[in-house]
Design a protein around this ligand. Structure first.
Ligand code: AMP
Length: 432
């Protein structure tokens, strides 16, 4: 299948060429014809599959004809970062259409958004809360809406947005095309789909299969040695940009500080940051001024840095879905990436769950030359403490001896030789 098969208007085809897309991804190949036919769609796809273009391209094609300056397409997304990325996709893919798109989200001034809406737009990409503010104040008119997209519906559910989504559904015309995308299908999303979609076509790309180019490895280690092991891994691994996940905001901040002390150009994303600082950290990560970003799952939502070479789970996530979601940020669009997970004995049950979902065992690695025998400090610091007891039966930890031993320099040998991680030897400008 090629993009020509969809018979997009030449202005849209020019946008695809401009974005450098050679051929449709599987979700695009499945979804675009159905969306073009005007059907409602339930799309099961995670980030990194090309799902944005799967809805953006047919929307641009549809909106290309018809009146300009009215909101005819609305995309609702869980986070500002995702909203900005979707907006960027519309800008790139729609560069030759003359269609306008604006973002609407909280944490920034209302007035510039009101002004942009007043000047007229064809597409709105919004987070639920602020969108409802505009609806409530009458600063947005959705009377001419033709297409509604609910993106990352499961994330919106996790973040408690479902009541807001239902309010939004009541505020848009009944006759419309609705596309709902979700990486997973919990009961709450099934119910939402039942309310929002009419006779939907379901399109699905491997529900939980991560990008094939990602290589996964587990590093069994005791809790109090995690930071030391992480430092050794970074020293011995060729990395471009690394996204590190921790279980809590506090741990993200502490780890960021420790990395900076060790001379890394690092930043952390925590819920407490102002929108400006958050944006500065994200921009710095995107343009390479920060090589390491430490974040929690919530803070990292929507991050799409296509050149992420490594995702490191400093703490294992709570669910297999979250694992897939995290590592979906590396190895995008056929780039190779590595996903390392530091695991303690407490994580054995979750490791099993992840392996079951992935359908294969994950490789255990042992870093040669690293002193695994350093005892825990007598008085545990908060950081060294296990953040949370998992809600699972404790299983016997995998014996460390089962882990194949690899020389430190080979611990994370990438398929293609990458730039070795540079340390700048000094604390550097963190955006706080
Ligand atoms: P998404 O899942 O929409 O976040 O897209 C993931 C990444 O894949 C983004 O960086 C897109 O620009 C890129 N992408 C989307 N469609 C294609 C395509 N057909 N060919 C190559 N890259 C694509």
């Amino acid at each position: 299948m090629t993009f020509q098969d969809f018979k997009f208007h030449s202005d849209v085809a020019a946008g695809i060429a401009g974005a450098g897309y050679a051929e449709p991804t599987p979700i695009q190949a499945q979804a675009i014809p159905v969306v073009m036919a005007g059907r409602d769609v339930m799309g099961l796809a995670q980030t990194g599959t090309g799902k944005t273009a799967a809805f953006a391209l047919p929307i641009l094609h549809r909106l290309r004809s018809g009146p300009r300056g009215r909101v005819r397409a609305l995309v609702v997304a869980p986070t500002r970062e995702l909203a900005e990325q979707i907006n960027d996709s519309f800008a790139t893919l729609g560069a030759h259409t003359g269609l306008r798109s604006v973002t609407i989200y909280g944490g920034v001034g209302m007035n510039p958004q009101v002004e942009r809406l007043r000047r007229g737009t064809d597409i709105v990409v919004a987070c639920p809360g602020r969108l409802l503010d505009h609806i409530g104040q009458g600063t947005i008119s959705l009377a001419h809406l033709e297409v509604l997209v609910l993106d990352e519906a499961d994330q919106m559910f996790d973040m408690g947005f479902l009541p807001d989504i239902r309010r939004i559904l009541r505020a848009v015309p009944k006759t419309r095309q609705t596309l709902l995308f979700s990486a997973t299908m919990p009961e709450a999303i099934r119910a939402l789909a039942g309310e929002a979609l009419t006779d939907p076509a379901t399109v699905q790309v491997d529900r939980v299969a991560p990008a094939v180019t990602v290589s996964h490895a587990l590093y069994p280690v005791e809790q109090h040695l995690k930071t030391a092991l992480l430092m050794r891994l970074l020293e011995h691994t060729d990395t471009e940009s690394v996204l590190i996940f921790t279980r809590t905001k506090h741990r993200a901040k502490r780890l960021d500080e420790q990395l900076q002390k060790a001379g890394y150009r690092a930043a952390s994303l925590q819920g407490n940051l102002s929108q400006n600082r958050r944006q500065a950290a994200l921009d710095g990560f995107r343009d390479g001024s920060f090589q390491i970003l430490v974040a929690t799952d919530i803070a990292a939502r929507g991050i799409d840095v296509s050149q992420i070479s490594h995702v490191i789970n400093y703490d294992i996530p709570d669910t297999a879905e979250a694992y897939i979601h995290r590592i979906g940020r590396t190895g995008r669009a056929a780039r190779s990436g590595d996903a390392f997970t530091l695991v303690t004995g407490e994580d054995t049950a979750m490791v099993r769950t992840i392996e079951k979902v992935l359908g294969k065992p994950l490789q255990r690695r042992h870093l040669d030359g690293f002193d695994y025998s350093v005892p825990a400090p007598r008085k545990d610091t908060e950081f060294a403490r296990t953040p949370r007891q998992p809600q699972v039966r404790r299983a016997k930890p995998a014996p460390a001896a089962a882990a194949p031993s690899v020389p430190a320099s080979d611990a994370a040998k990438p398929a293609n030789k990458r730039r070795r991680f540079k340390r700048n030897g000094a604390r550097s400008g963190q955006s706080r």
